[in-house]
Design a binder for this molecule. Structure first.
Ligand SMILES: *[C@@H]1O[C@H](CO)[C@@H](O)[C@H](O)[C@H]1NC(C)=O
Ligand SMILES: *[C@@H]1O[C@H](CO)[C@@H](O)[C@H](O)[C@H]1NC(C)=O
Length: 457
């Protein structure tokens, strides 16, 4: 009780930074985004700009092509001597040749390793690969975080919410959870847990090997689980409930044990996060440590619709493998005002006096960066201004403002601009809760870090 109270008080003290209202899921396949903000983010919110980049859900956006084409797979090994290959989500406009990863939260490097950190009053850190993988193999050598309610994840997640997971609950360092989803459909029989040794103190090598026929999960070079596509056939819907669409690799550390999360999620995560854990008192944050990460691309499926080699698009909103096309379409927005249907949309001329002191994000009247606050007052139902929270007060990092100020992109605490998923469904604050909670518990949103902490004091 006491820690919970303390945490609640901490949140209350941070209340200027937090809206005491729930952020609801705005868009679903049956309730698509409006034309004015056509892109449905990974977190179920409508906007433009980064909402239309990685994670943009073609099933719930105004039209499928509101989402910007997704950069095709690129085989690569990632080391972490620096964060040069990681762009903050406030800067990334879709050029995967310039940044391999897009991040929210606070990634750090130490001794050639990547640290995902989670400080008090934050919701941790998420890295997502900017190149999508349409079948391939990804490996990560990592040490998890630890502690109740602290979740480390290494997953594949597609824009239509196909998902293949490795997850670790910080209160149980011997267990490795594996799971998969087809288009986010909850199915409790999909999860399976395996034993290993002390995931916090030891590096282990985790691998997801994903082909059109099967997914194989390996630990330290040994296959522990195989999922055959043919075993996933659903006769009612006449389709394979098998992960089959281009996916981003996501590395994350997030608080499953936040009071604002659903009870099921908290229980799954091993309880509420203790913000006075030794890792917090000694380092200031929880952390997960990633050594080398690799992505190895496989060929697209044999019958794939190949019209180019630059990007993946969906031809319709069914989101299945046969509706994916490889194209030469570009993937880069000119500004955070762009969308897949107007990629050259740009900010109003900089000479206009009133906007000169504002970041592009702030001068926009629609939300441009999911889960972030930089959308400016009132734009996203979120907290007021990124600037308030930015020590050097440069008013946020949106876009290519090119002001040359020596800002540290990671200086910005993730604080309350993000949280772990939504608990409420669209237009339904009662009946849908438990279902959505189940989705959360089932980790549909594993590795998703978004929106505002839901303060339910
Ligand atoms: C098949 O899909 C239907 C409709 O989504 C669902 O109700 C049913 O439970 C599924 N069957 C299996 C075996 O998963
Ligand atoms: C794209 O957006 C710009 C605003 O930046 C607008 O002037 C232009 O008309 C738009 N183009 C289309 C095709 O909608």
């Amino acid at each position: 009780m006491a820690p919970l109270l303390r945490y609640a008080m901490a949140l209350a003290m941070a209340s200027q930074l937090v809206l005491s209202q729930r952020i609801e899921v705005e868009c679903t396949p049956s309730k698509k985004c409006p034309d004015s903000k056509p892109c449905c983010s990974q977190y179920g919110q409508c906007g433009v700009g980064a909402y239309c980049l990685g994670g943009c859900d073609p099933k719930s956006s105004t039209t499928v092509d509101a989402c910007v084409p997704a950069p095709v797979c690129q085989s690569k090994t990632f080391k972490w001597d620096n964060l040069d290959s990681v762009a903050p989500n406030t800067k990334y406009l879709g050029d995967a040749s310039k940044a391999d990863w897009v991040a929210s939260g606070q990634p750090l490097t130490t001794g050639g390793n990547l640290l995902l950190t989670m400080a008090p009053e934050t919701v941790g850190t998420l890295l997502a690969s900017n190149h999508y993988m349409w079948y391939g193999k990804t490996t990560a050598r990592l040490k998890t975080s630890r502690g109740k309610g602290v979740v480390t994840a290494f997953i594949l997640l597609s824009d239509v919410k196909d998902e293949v997971d490795f997850e670790w609950i910080g209160s149980n360092l011997q267990d490795v959870e594996t799971n998969y989803y087809f288009q986010g459909i909850t199915d409790y029989s999909n999860g399976d847990t395996f034993k290993t040794e002390d995931t916090f103190n030891n590096f282990h090598l985790y691998e997801i090997d994903w082909t059109p026929e099967a997914v194989k999960w390996s630990i330290d070079g040994k296959v522990v689980r195989t999922l055959e596509r043919k075993s996933t056939f659903n006769a009612t819907t006449d389709q394979y409930n098998y992960p089959q669409s281009p996916s981003r690799v996501q590395l994350s550390l997030w608080p499953g044990g936040l009071p604002s999360n659903g009870e099921g999620t908290i229980e799954w995560a091993g309880g509420l996060v203790n913000w006075e854990h030794p890792d917090i008192t000694n380092h200031g944050y929880y952390y997960a440590t990633f050594d080398e990460v690799t992505i190895e691309c496989y060929d697209p499926p044999a019958n794939a619709d190949i019209k180019g080699d630059t990007s993946y698009i969906f031809k319709d909103a069914s989101g299945t493998e046969d509706t994916v096309q490889m194209t030469n379409k570009k993937t880069v927005l000119k500004s955070f005002l762009g969308t897949g249907v107007n990629m050259t949309a740009d900010y109003p001329s900089k000479s206009s006096s009133s906007s000169s002191s504002k970041s592009p994000a702030e001068s926009s009247d629609v939300a441009v960066i999911p889960g972030l606050t930089g959308g400016g007052p009132g734009t996203n139902g979120q907290r007021e201004s990124e600037g308030k929270n930015n020590k050097d007060g440069d008013g946020g990092d949106g876009g290519d403002d090119g002001d040359g100020s020596p800002t540290n992109d990671w200086d910005r605490p993730a604080t309350t601009g993000f949280t772990q998923g939504n608990v409420d469904g669209p237009g339904d604050s009662n009946g849908a809760s438990s279902q959505n909670e189940q989705m959360l518990r089932g980790s549909l949103f594993a590795g998703l870090v978004a929106l505002t902490v839901l303060v339910t004091l």
